[in-house]
Design a protein around this ligand. Structure first.
Ligand SMILES: [Zn+2]
Length: 384
């Protein structure tokens, strides 16, 4: 019998919040000449806001293994009150971030949506980054060659595109992520993407979407929330005993810290690019991403669309993938990271409840891919 830490698959947890009106849908009987299912659909009041959340690199095993440790209002709430699909798998072969994020809201295979990897070799033999587009640049940020700035390589519509098409562009579609591809590929062609700039710690959009940031984004950037972590540490959330079954720490190295606590610092002695880069391998990047998502809800009045149209907010939390790359999904860092983002997600749901009312919100949470165990972990179990 193999241990629970197997090569991982997609986690899909969906929470269909309670927006059904008093009349329960009836299936089977036909009335007024229409099939009952059609009538049932017509009776459903659509959500005011659809929130699509992606936890980058989250194996379903972790959700099940740690579910008893989740707090009350985050992942536990989705598991208890929503529909969850723990044995969901991708049908594409290259299970990387860009392909996974493209699948989430297009429902298409890579041969149709065009995003066949994070990078690929183009027909002319040159290296292509999935969201690169030299015609556009980041707003108020430096842009380097191959930076992700547009969905030009995405060949099909997303759910958000169809929502906007169906409502004459009255639906608002906004996405945010720690990775440009996590935001851009959820936003589709007509949504608006904002992404973390790892050289400055700011969130920015690109000139594909607009010429200038709206005022609420300017205010968010001016407040520099990314600097609040400086000289602070990422420490475990739970008691030591809670991590007893995790993989032991690897041998200490002189190159970098590989165990708790992790201090957010810069070689320069003040917040700088190395510090902003370090935030990505921690809960900080996801807290900042959700801070920005909340600012977007207020700034764009998402879920309170005066035309009554349904809005869509896409949030891709990148930190779990970075943490798993650095320490492995069996590490206590990965374990703790999931607990930390669970608590922040709970606060996000409470925020949505205050602003929009969760009865008006449909939340879908999924992963873009799972994560393979580290070679050392597999070797120790003779799984190499
Ligand atoms: Zn990913």
């Amino acid at each position: 019998m193999a241990p629970t830490w197997q090569k991982t698959s997609l986690t899909l947890i969906a929470c269909a919040a309670l927006w059904l009106p008093g009349t329960a849908p009836a299936f089977g009987a036909a009335q007024d000449g229409k099939p009952a299912a059609v009538q049932a659909v017509a009776q459903v009041r659509p959500p005011k806001l659809v929130v699509v959340m992606v936890v980058d690199g989250l194996p379903s095993e972790q959700v099940q293994r740690y579910r008893d440790q989740f707090g009350p209002g985050g992942l536990r709430r989705l598991l208890q009150e929503g529909a969850s699909f723990m044995d969901a798998h991708q049908a594409h072969g290259i299970t990387v971030t860009a392909v996974g994020h493209s699948a989430v809201l297009t429902g298409a295979y890579p041969y149709r949506h065009g995003i066949i990897g994070n990078n690929w070799i183009g027909a002319d033999g040159t290296q292509v980054y999935c969201t690169e587009d030299a015609r556009y640049r980041y707003i108020d940020e430096d842009t380097e060659a191959h930076d992700g700035t547009s969905p030009a390589n995405l060949r099909v519509d997303t759910l958000g595109d169809q929502l906007r098409y169906a409502t004459g562009n009255r639906s608002k579609v906004v996405t945010v992520s720690g990775k440009d591809r996590g935001a851009i590929l959820l936003a589709g062609k007509t949504g608006t993407a904002y992404m973390y700039m790892d050289r400055t710690g700011d969130f920015a959009s690109s000139t594909y979407y607009m010429d200038r940031h709206p005022a609420w984004v300017e205010r968010f950037r001016a407040a520099k929330p990314q600097d609040r972590y400086y000289a602070r540490s990422w420490k475990p959330l739970l008691e030591e005993q809670a991590y007893a079954d995790d993989a032991p720490y690897p041998e200490a190295t002189t190159a970098d810290t590989n165990r708790f606590p992790f201090t957010y610092y810069s070689e320069s002695g003040a917040p700088a690019a190395d510090y902003y880069g370090r935030l990505k391998t921690s809960p900080a990047i996801d807290e900042l991403t959700l801070d920005f998502a909340e600012a977007a809800v207020d700034g764009e009045q998402l879920g309170r669309n005066p035309t009554g149209a349904t809005d869509l907010l896409g949030v891709s939390l990148s930190g779990h993938d970075y943490v798993n790359h650095a320490y492995g999904p069996e590490s206590r860092m990965s374990h703790d990271h999931l607990q930390q983002i669970d608590r922040r997600i709970a606060r996000f749901f409470a925020f949505l409840d205050r602003r929009v009312g969760l009865d008006n919100v449909l939340v879908v949470l999924t992963a873009d891919h799972g994560f393979a165990n580290t070679a050392e972990f597999s070797q120790a179990r003779h799984m190499d």
